[in-house]
Design a protein. Structure first.
Length: 514
């Protein structure tokens, strides 16, 4: 049969009858009686413990004790019943086999030897023996007192313990709408208001854009080369200004730019540069290859013409001018750049705990002398620039004050018996809800944290000082609200004692937050 252990914890009011009744309900091979911290009325005498032991034997299981009471330990020693300082020690150690008699039997011949010693003893030996015995007992008494004093001192001073507790936690969060008002000088916790700071500075910008206006600036004439072929038997002189043209109802006409002499003989050909006439200035003069096929004037029928390549260079010319729309666009871009430069300057100047409220940067002053354009409306210019100076206003908020207001909004959310460490909080700025012309700004701030059950280390030390490790763990689990996955951790020195120090000051309590 496999050995099983049943731990029976005694109550202060238990006596021999109640304990024997409780044993009848046990279904194990081994029973361990555990004395409470304050002791019990049981046993009043050694016979009471013997009766309980006999009941255990009658029910068929072994009996052992967990106690530090001197009288109980003495009775257990006489009855050969195992007694241990803790439950863990009882699990590790082999149990004795108890006796079921109140007194041990005397050895054979004890009476005869006692009578013989009485007859042969010299006169007065009893007094001397008694005196010698008392002297020895006194010496042993002093020795035991010293040992007891040293043991007591060791028991009180030497032992130490470390108790690690993980209190239960709860997540809390709240979003607070905070108003930063430049008119305030101190925070208003009840109304979630705090002081704000309005700052002003001058910022400049320079922007340049391409002029958007256009006006006609004339046209260029197309140029090219034509090939002239002599169709006669004699040499032909082609004077400059000879007109050649394309075919069709509305021909494009060109003139030669230099004199050309074609040698005699058919198929004698040479090339000469041509320029579109002024009446065909612009893109009309750009004709494809082979389009020029006719010679005008006296050389018509004498000379044949063609253009091997297209003519190019004909275009309509425009000039850029400044418009009123250009000035308006420059003013918008200049103001944007002024605000951006002011923002960059303020971000560099107010860093760390102070922050610039986004959207609070506005231009509060512009002067005609601070707005200078590089060109007036209607002036011919490829581009136009604007040099702008303006006075800018912005709102600065001290984030430390905002955190205080947000933390005050979190306090009502913390349930009684819980505490929260300010260092474990996280603050997140939210959206800007409203910006007033006078500089008042309303914005959101979210605060999150972990609340933990409050534990008083001094009360813990007083409650578990001098108890066994098992009893201390049981009290902590019963009386404190701890994380289920993190039971109390108890380390004692020296470990063989199995108990916590009697002095609370020798117990170190560590509170661990998950």
């Amino acid at each position: 049969m496999k050995a099983t252990l049943h731990v029976l914890r005694l109550e202060p009011h238990d006596d021999v009858l109640s304990i024997r009744d409780r044993l009848t309900f046990v279904r194990s091979t081994h029973v361990l009686l555990v004395w409470p911290e304050g002791g019990t009325a049981f046993p009043r005498r050694k016979l009471d413990l013997l009766l309980v032991q006999r009941q255990a034997r009658r029910l068929g299981f072994h009996l052992a004790l967990v106690t530090d009471a001197p009288d109980v330990l003495s009775y257990a020693e006489d009855l050969n019943i195992s007694a241990f300082p803790s439950i863990d020690a009882a699990r590790r150690t082999r149990w004795k086999t108890p006796r079921d008699k109140l007194f041990g039997e005397r050895p054979p011949g004890y009476a005869a030897r006692a009578a013989l010693a009485e007859r042969i003893a010299p006169p007065g030996w009893r007094d001397e023996a008694v005196h010698s015995r008392w002297f020895v007992l006194a010496r042993w008494g002093v020795f035991l007192l010293l040992v007891g004093a040293l043991g007591t001192a060791f028991w009180l001073v030497a032992p130490s313990a470390t108790v690690t507790l993980t209190p239960a936690t709860d997540q809390v969060a709240v979003t607070v709408a905070i108003t930063a008002d430049p008119a305030l000088t101190d925070i208003d916790i009840e109304n979630a208001r705090m002081p704000g700071t309005v700052v002003s500075l001058e910022a400049t910008s320079r922007v340049t854009i391409e002029s958007s206006g256009r006006e006609d600036a004339g046209a260029t004439r197309a140029r090219g080369r034509v090939r002239l072929t002599n169709l006669s038997d004699g040499p032909v002189i082609v004077p400059p200004g000879t007109v050649v043209s394309t075919g069709g109802t509305f021909p494009i006409r060109f003139e030669t730019l230099s004199e050309l002499i074609l040698p005699a003989g058919q198929d004698a050909a040479s090339e000469v540069d041509v320029l579109a006439l002024a009446e065909h200035a612009g893109t009309d003069g750009n004709v494809p290859a082979g389009a020029i096929a006719r010679v005008e004037g006296p050389l018509a029928g004498v000379v044949q013409v063609t253009n091997p390549n297209p003519t190019t260079g004909g275009a309509f010319l425009e000039r850029k001018i400044v418009t009123a729309e250009d000035h308006s666009r420059l003013l918008v871009l200049g103001r944007q750049q002024v605000l951006q430069r002011a923002r960059d300057l303020l971000l560099h100047q107010y860093s760390g705990e102070q922050f610039l409220v986004p959207g609070s940067i506005t231009i509060i002053e512009e002067r005609p002398g601070w707005t200078i354009y590089s060109a007036v409306v209607g002036e011919v210019a490829d581009s136009v620039s604007l040099d702008l100076r303006a006075r800018v206003q912005a709102v600065i908020v001290d984030e430390r004050l905002a955190r205080q207001v947000a933390y005050a909004g979190l306090r009502p959310r913390i349930r009684p018996g819980l505490e929260i460490a300010p260092g474990a909080l996280t603050f997140t700025r939210g959206a800007i809800q409203q910006i007033e012309p006078d500089g008042r700004v309303t914005f959101l701030m979210e605060v999150r944290g972990t609340s933990t059950v409050a534990i008083d280390p001094n009360a813990v030390r007083e409650r578990i000082a001098g108890t066994s490790v098992a009893e201390a763990r049981r009290r902590l689990e019963r009386e404190l609200v701890l994380e289920p996955d993190h039971p109390p951790q108890i380390e004692v020195w020296p470990g063989f004692l199995g108990r916590l120090p009697a002095l609370p000051m020798r117990i170190q309590v560590e509170i661990v937050r998950p």
